[in-house]
Design a protein around this ligand. Structure first.
Ligand code: V0V
Ligand code: CO
Length: 146
């Protein structure tokens, strides 16, 4: 069951400048930063609020680290802006299988490593009315494998 908005992914060209905008303008704080080599991004997670399922909602600011990464490709075409939304679930395997059975393309056969040790997969934007949609089980979710 999808129980929260886990994060909104925002593509940017300059992570430090974008973090400065969100911290200075709104007073949000950086909760976590990391480089995800597989996904080709450097990212910052800004925690916005905790959620009733025991998780939290974040902004995920994403700067590409390679020209051939999905975010670099998207930036070249669209410029900076909202890149994806992510729904949180305690069981990304079960939810992605159930959604696949409804005819939505799931991009990965097995969930991959996401921010802060989470397990993530993506749904094709063309099957989701134009929205690249991620499913995430955070390391803190009850059913998460550690
Ligand atoms: C592409 N399209 C999008 C889109 N990206 N539509 C909405 N939102 C997006 N973000 C559209 C694009 O305009 C095209 O439509 C069509 O899909 C095919 O796109 P393309 O430019 O030819 O690109 P592809 O097909 O090479 O790649 C698109 C997909 C790719 C979605 C397959 O971006 C992908 O694998 N994304 C999943 C991984 C990812 O995004 N990682 C970065 C975040 P038209 O022009 O044909 O109509 S990493 C992350 O979130 C982490 C680590 C985390 O949360 O922990
Ligand atoms: Co994401």
């Amino acid at each position: 069951m999808l129980t929260r908005i886990d994060h909104i992914g925002i593509a940017c060209r300059d992570l430090d400048a974008t973090v400065a905008f969100y911290t200075t303008t709104y007073g949000f704080e950086v909760f976590h930063t990391e480089v995800n080599e597989e996904q080709g991004v450097r990212e910052a997670m800004l925690k916005i609020n905790e959620t009733s399922d025991g998780g939290a909602s974040y902004l995920q600011l994403l700067e590409p680290i390679r020209e051939d990464s999905t975010v670099a490709k998207w930036l070249a075409k669209n410029g900076e802006g909202v890149h994806h939304i992510a729904f949180g679930t305690a069981d990304v395997d079960a939810d992605s299988a159930a959604i696949k059975d409804k005819g939505v393309r799931v991009l990965y056969d097995e969930p991959r490593r996401g921010s802060m040790g989470s397990r993530i997969t993506f749904l094709h934007p063309k099957d989701c009315h134009g929205v690249l949609t991620e499913l995430v089980t955070s390391a803190a979710d009850p059913d998460a494998e550690h």
